[in-house]
Design a protein around this ligand. Structure first.
Ligand code: ADP
Ligand code: MG
Length: 389
């Protein structure tokens, strides 16, 4: 799925509209708690500045639902970006209209403008052609670097590409390269590890991976539904009763490709103070909740991961937010990091777990796009990617 990138077009002196994903997490005072997404866009912005482009940045932020909501302004983001870039960033209070047009026509090569939140207009999420055309009128070239928003067909991610030459930024290029490598030409064995709370969130991912990988290791809450499909008693564990039938079908189809936990850490409550025990999956009692994979499962998973040449991991192996139930997730994080194979980790909680384990720098690729990465792994075409040349 080769896409043209920002390297493939002359941009010197041009107005370049760059869709970034600056939808950063903030605390209740509006302070940015994690600027990873801003940092991830810096290589593209720096390249464009170096080439003498006029850089016009656009992003969504939060869910203002088509109107101006003060708390979703990008002002703090603009300030952080200026700090990280080390050059001034002119933050505008709108993303279309005469004031924006005037500011853009006053830009000199190398300058950076940040438009206001595109979701202040209902046309953004509706992918309204009129709104897309207004955005496009600000620029000569469209660069999409917002992989995290590429699964949405919105005006600034997809619609705008109808009016401007549309190419990928470096982050977009890296993401589709890494995720595409998993699906298109994985070195074998390809081991996928899936966890998290629910099977229902990731049915499409499981189905597509089963056709691509050599082993699918399943942990976390989603393993419970598979264990229930095997007829086991899960006590008070999280089980999606309406997905037990589907889990049974997937198990039958997968055969020994799909590996389930053999033991778990269980407690009567998700509480660090609750009495815990490690038991075989067949031995869960009526009041038990399975909250982490157990040591025998960890050993099995570690063996599979150590043998892998390609790894994809999404979803923690247990309720890792509560320390006594984090061991399985931490062990998997370390095993993935220790692998000499090519590894990709995606998903907000999985990335948090990899960072908590202190091994993020030893993973091949950490995908910045939660929902977008999963839709990509499902094998879906992402509108923001499809729109690029
Ligand atoms: P990601 O953000 O990496 O895609 P998910 O959001 O799908 O991951 O899943 C993360 C959540 O799954 C965490 O909040 C974690 O507590 C929960 N979880 C994992 N294992 C269990 C379990 N055994 N029982 C209940 N919840 C679980
Ligand atoms: Mg999550």
């Amino acid at each position: 799925m080769a896409k043209l990138t920002v390297r493939d077009l002359p941009v010197a002196g041009k107005r370049v509209f760059v869709r970034v994903d600056f939808n950063v997490p903030t605390d209740d005072k509006g302070a940015i708690t994690d600027d990873t997404r801003i940092r991830a866009a810096l290589p593209t912005i720096r390249y464009l500045r170096d080439q003498g482009a006029k850089v016009i940045l656009a992003s969504h932020f939060g869910r203002p639902k088509g109107k101006v909501v003060e708390e979703f302004r990008l002002t703090a983001v603009g300030r952080r970006l200026a700090e990280l870039l080390g050059v001034p960033v002119l933050k505008l209070d709108d993303c279309v209209g005469p004031e924006v047009e005037a500011a853009v026509s006053a830009m000199k090569p190398g300058e950076v403008v940040l438009l206001e939140n595109v979701r202040f207009y209902p046309g953004e999420e509706k992918n309204d052609p009129d709104f897309a055309r207004k955005l496009a009128a600000l620029a000569d070239v469209f660069v999409n670097d917002a992989f995290g928003a590429a699964h949405r067909a919105h005006a600034s991610t997809a619609g705008i590409a109808a009016y401007l030459p549309a190419v990928a930024g470096f982050l977009m290029e890296k993401e589709i390269g890494a995720l595409g490598r998993l699906l298109e030409r994985p070195e074998r064995p390809f081991v996928a590890i899936l966890g998290g709370a629910k099977v229902s969130d990731k049915i499409g991912v499981i189905e597509n991976l089963l056709g691509k990988c050599d082993r699918l290791l399943v942990g976390g809450g989603m393993a419970n539904t598979f264990l229930a499909a095997r007829g086991l008693n899960l006590g008070q564990s999280l089980v999606e009763l309406d997905k037990v039938g589907l889990a049974g079908e997937l198990l039958a189809r997968a055969g020994d490709k799909l590996v389930l936990p053999v033991d778990v850490v269980a407690a009567p409550a998700v509480d660090a103070a609750a009495p815990r025990k490690t038991v075989a999956v067949e031995a869960l009692g009526a009041t038990d909740k399975a909250l982490d994979i157990g040591p025998a499962t960890v050993a099995r998973f570690e063996k599979e991961i150590a043998a892998a040449r390609t790894i994809f991991w999404n979803g923690p192996m247990g309720v890792f937010e509560v320390e006594p139930f984090a061991a399985g997730t931490t062990a998997v994080a370390r095993a993935v990091a220790a692998s000499k194979g090519f590894s990709v980790v995606g998903g907000g909680d999985s990335i948090a777990a990899i960072e908590k384990a202190g091994v993020a720098d030893r993973v091949g690729h950490i995908s910045t796009g939660g929902g977008a990465s999963l839709e990509f792994i499902e094998g879906k075409e992402l509108p923001g990617v499809a729109a690029l040349k």
